[in-house]
Design a protein around this ligand. Structure first.
Ligand code: NDP
Ligand code: F7E
Length: 307
């Protein structure tokens, strides 16, 4: 039985990842601050920012999956303790590492450092990637998904739209509604990680990982509402909320979050299980409609906007 370490591993991503790992008989240890014990796993409790506490957790694991490194310092400390013995290092990075691109979707060879809209988050994730991808003795993959979704999403995204649709509230889209979005279902992230763990010789590289289908914000909202069987009342930020930052009234920015995913499609023998329609339908069906209607109250900006 292979011993795996998951750093983080008690939040959104673990909800599909840990059961997937256990289903393949991996011996799974989680490292986090202990806010939520996870049945079937061993647990190491430490603040990953605390070098002394981290040293106390040192041990041998064949592979490490780091789901919670936001900075180079966090990646480096964990790698220095566990990377020496590991045969694979799988780091959960983000589409937010890419700088702004002109006229093309960012691919893995494009410069990283983070587009300005992502602020410290994009810069920190980029620095973590740069550190890990420069290691020579341990194969390391930096997975770069755009928006993750699924029944365990703890960020108010798809629920935000359903809550408004179910309570007949208008949905204000950033700008003209044509911002591009791309998604990855939580179970497909877990499935790709299983694929990497089973690979005979995992390369060191970054991988843009997403459902290849790109949607505009308006198409996404309409798809979610169709799944819910409701015709949405759509307004456009450029008409009703000029000058108000879109994140005040919508889960996403007016900034394209979509990737060139040719690399994984051509070089990895893996594809997502879920189509977007199936994945969001499964997500919608995982909630009760009463629960969704009660979630996501109007934001401060929504209350201020007159329409
Ligand atoms: N959500 C999305 O759309 C996207 C997310 N990502 C990436 O996915 C990851 C987020 O995963 P998700 O599961 O949603 O995160 P969550 O916030 O749900 O969970 C965070 C996990 O990290 C642990 N943790 C947080 N801080 C520390 C710390 N200082 N020391 C030790 N453990 C810590 C938490 O446990 P505890 O609190 O007990 O310590 C928990 O297990 C990030 O790396 C993000 O960059 C990438 C692209 C898109
Ligand atoms: C594509 C992109 O899409 C989304 O970006 P968002 O719309 O900005 O999301 P949000 O406002 O909910 O996140 C607030 C910020 O806070 C970061 N965050 C959390 N927990 C720690 C944390 O523990 N440390 C640090 N430094 N940052 C954290 C977190 O990750 C994010 O940067 C994310 O899913 C994002 O993950 C992603 O990759």
């Amino acid at each position: 039985m292979h011993k795996l370490l998951v750093i983080g591993g008690s939040g959104f991503v673990r909800a599909s990842l840990v059961p997937a790992l256990l289903s393949k008989d991996y011996n799974v240890t989680l490292l986090n601050r202990g806010s939520q014990p996870v049945p079937g796993t061993n647990q190491l409790i430490a603040d990953r920012n605390d070098p002394f506490a981290m040293q106390q957790t040192a041990g041998r694991y064949e592979a490490v999956i780091d789901t919670s490194a936001y900075t180079r310092a966090q990646a480096e400390l964990a790698f220095n303790i566990f990377g020496i013995h590991a045969k694979k290092w799988i780091h959960l990075s983000s589409a937010a590492v890419y700088k702004e691109t002109k006229n093309h979707l960012p691919g893995e060879k494009d410069p990283i450092g983070g587009a300005s809209v992502w602020g410290d988050y994009g810069r920190g994730k980029s620095a973590a990637d740069e550190f890990l991808l420069s290691q020579e003795h341990t194969p390391a993959i930096a997975l770069r998904p755009p928006y993750l979704y699924g029944p365990h999403n703890n960020i108010d995204c798809e629920q935000f739209v359903w809550a408004r649709a179910l309570t007949e509230r208008p949905i204000i889209l950033p700008a003209d509604g044509r911002t591009k979005l791309q998604f990855l279902h939580e179970e497909d992230l877990a499935s790709f990680i299983l694929y990497l763990l089973a690979m005979h010789a995992m390369p060191t590289c970054a991988v843009n990982l997403a459902d290849p289908h790109i949607l505009t914000i308006e198409q996404w909202v309409k798809m979610l509402c169709k799944i819910a069987g409701i015709k949405p009342d759509i307004l456009y930020g450029e008409d009703v909320a000029p000058g108000i930052p879109p994140r005040g009234y919508f889960p996403f920015r007016d900034f394209d979050c979509a990737l060139d995913v040719t690399n994984y499609l051509e070089n990895f023998d893996w594809q997502p299980h879920y189509t977007l329609r199936d994945g969001f339908t499964q997500t919608f069906n995982s909630y009760s409609q009463e629960e969704l209607a009660r979630s996501s109250p109007p934001t401060f900006a929504e209350k201020e906007i007159e329409y």
